[in-house]
Design a protein around this ligand. Structure first.
Ligand code: 2AM
Ligand code: CA
Length: 276
C-alpha cells in the first residue's frame, strides 16, 4: 500500500480507538505543571501509531510528543512527526475540539500532512503538491486579508504575560476580533480554511504544527516563526501562520519592532540563537 494511504488508514483507526477509550474512565497525569496534562489515551494512541508504523516500515523514524524519538540528530529518510492528541486540555475538559496530527517528512522535506478532528470525524490531509482536502472535498486557495477586517487566533493567556503580552496586544487591538480554540493543529486548519486569518503563539513543538503547516502551505498560506524565519521539523519555535498578505502585514507592521525581544525569548525558551 502506498505510504499516503497507509497513513490515512492508521490516523482514522487511531481516532476510532480514541473514541472507544473515551467511554472508560480516563487516567490523567500532570507533566511539567498543573496545566500540562497527559492521559492514558494520549499514550495508548502514540503507542498504537508507533507500533503500527514500526511493524510496517521498520526503517522509518517517529518523533512523538509522548516520548518517541526526541533525540533525532539528522533528518534523513522518512520521519513521522506525531501528536497523538493535540488539545489535551480540550480532550479532558470538553471531550471535543482535539485532533490527532501527523506530518511525514522525506529527507527533511514535507511529504504529507494529516490533522484528524476526532469527534467530528473530519480528516484534513495533503500529499504535498497534490492539493489539500477536508475529507474528500478540496480546500480552496486562501484569500488575502488585512488585519483590520480579520479574525485572528491567539490564546488569551499569552496576553497576560509581561513580555509576549506587549508583543501581541497591538495585533489583537487592531484585528477585527480574536478567538482561541485550544488545539494548535485545529487552529492552523482554521487558517487553512480561511475561518481565522492568522494564528499566533510564542511556543509550539513540531508535532503541534507539522501536519497543519503542510495543509496550510498547500492552499497558499504562510507559516514562519514570529521573526519570519522558517519553521523546522526538528525543533520548537514561535509561530505565525496566516494568509500571505496578512503574514507580511503582521511581520512588517507589528512584529519587526519587537525583533530583539522575540529573539531573546527564543534564546531563553529554546536555547538557540537566531539562524540566518
Ligand atoms: P497539546 O494539547 O498537544 O499539549 C494549546 O493552546 C495548544 O498549544 C495545544 O495545541 C497544545 O498542545 C499546545 N501547547 C500547550 N502547551 C505547550 C507548550 N508548553 N509548548 C508547546 N505547545 C504547547
Ligand atoms: Ca499532545
Amino acid at each position: 500500500m502506498a505510504l499516503y494511504d497507509f497513513a490515512k488508514g492508521i490516523i482514522l483507526e487511531a481516532g476510532n480507538k480514541v473514541r472507544h477509550m473515551m467511554k472508560d474512565d480516563m487516567d490523567i497525569e500532570m507533566k511539567s505543571n498543573p496545566n500540562d496534562l497527559v492521559t492514558n489515551v494520549d499514550k495508548a494512541t502514540e503507542n498504537y501509531l508507533y507500533e503500527t508504523i514500526h511493524h510496517n516500515y521498520p526503517e522509518h523514524r517517529v518523533i512523538g510528543e509522548e516520548g518517541h524519538g526526541h533525540n533525532l540528530k539528522d533528518t534523513q529518510g522518512i520521519i513521522w512527526v506525531i501528536d497523538p492528541i493535540d488539545g489535551t486540555l480540550n480532550f479532558v475538559h470538553q471531550k471535543e475540539n482535539f485532533a490527532i496530527s501527523i506530518g511525514i517528512y522525506h529527507d527533511g522535506k514535507p511529504y504529507a500532512g494529516f490533522v484528524y478532528d476526532v469527534m467530528r470525524d473530519v480528516l484534513y490531509h495533503t500529499k504535498v503538491g497534490e492539493g489539500a482536502f477536508e475529507n474528500s472535498h478540496q480546500l480552496k486557495p486562501l484569500e488575502d486579508s488585512e488585519l483590520k477586517t480579520s479574525i485572528i487566533g491567539i490564546n488569551p493567556n499569552w496576553l497576560t504575560k509581561p513580555i509576549m503580552g506587549k508583543v501581541f496586544a497591538p495585533i489583537v487591538e487592531d484585528a477585527r476580533s480574536a478567538r482561541a480554540y485550544g488545539s494548535a493543529a485545529l487552529e492552523i486548519i482554521s487558517v487553512a480554511k480561511g475561518q481565522l486569518a492568522a494564528y499566533l503563539t510564542p511556543r509550539l513543538q513540531p508535532w503541534d504544527f507539522a501536519g497543519g503547516l503542510m495543509i496550510l502551505n498547500e492552499v497558499g498560506g504562510v507559516g514562519s516563526n514570529l521573526l519570519g524565519d522558517r519553521l523546522e521539523m526538528n525543533h520548537p519555535n514561535s509561530i505565525l501562520m496566516a494568509n500571505a498578505k496578512l503574514h507580511r502585514e503582521i511581520l512588517n507592521n507589528y512584529l519587526s519592532e519587537f525583533e530583539e525581544t522575540i529573539a531573546k525569548h527564543h534564546e531563553q525558551r529554546f536555547g538557540r540563537k537566531r539562524e540566518k
